[in-house]
Design a protein around this ligand. Structure first.
Ligand code: ZN
Length: 189
């Protein structure tokens, strides 16, 4: 976790410079407050750097004898690609088989955001989430699948508007047991 808080005035000054270099006039009415707004937005969109999964979890881990598969489907994801600082967004499905400990369902979405609100590539984001769930719960297995559209591919580059990138990360029994993995994949499809 980083403790560094972005200096809003400095970020705003940099955005102002960027606007000038892009050929814009930062003094025209529509742009007057843009540098401050961008500073605020970027700080929010990267707040995951200043959080840990433990912190967002806030103790919501409970003892449980159940060891069936728990799946939280269709968690909305909004992140920024680290190559272009452009958004990628989509849906994330998280499943795990508890080993004595379960985590509050709403907290899974909070853990997802803790990693999504950083500069990411989709592959690493998928893995970060799986590892965090594994670490927090000591689950016997974890699976994360994510389907995202990347604005850096849609608005520029190859300009493929309908391409969806699918990534998955499986740990423990989700990796080692083909039956468990197949059950998970069929439930999130
Ligand atoms: Zn990109």
């Amino acid at each position: 976790m980083l403790t560094h808080q972005p200096n809003q005035e400095r970020v705003a000054a940099l955005v102002r410079e960027l606007l000038i270099e892009l050929g814009e006039d930062p003094n025209r009415e529509g742009l007057l407050k843009t540098p401050e707004r961008v500073a605020k937005a970027m700080t929010y969109l990267t707040q995951g750097y200043r959080q840990t999964p433990q912190e967002v979890l806030n103790g919501a881990v409970f003892e449980s004898a159940a060891n069936n598969m728990v799946i939280v489907r269709d968690i909305e994801i909004y992140s920024l690609c680290e190559h272009h600082l452009l958004p990628f967004y989509g849906r994330c499905h998280v499943g795990y088989i508890a080993n004595g400990k379960v985590v509050g369902l709403s907290k899974i979405a909070r853990i997802v955001d803790c990693f999504a609100r950083r500069l990411q590539i989709q592959e690493r984001l998928t893995e970060d989430i799986a590892k965090a769930i594994q670490e927090i719960t000591g689950a016997e297995g974890v699976g994360v699948v994510m389907n995202c559209a990347h604005l850096c591919m849609m608005m520029r580059g190859v300009e493929k508007q309908n391409a969806v990138t699918v990534t998955s990360s499986v740990l423990g029994s989700f990796r080692d047991d083909a039956g468990v993995r197949a059950e998970f994949m069929s439930l999130v499809r």
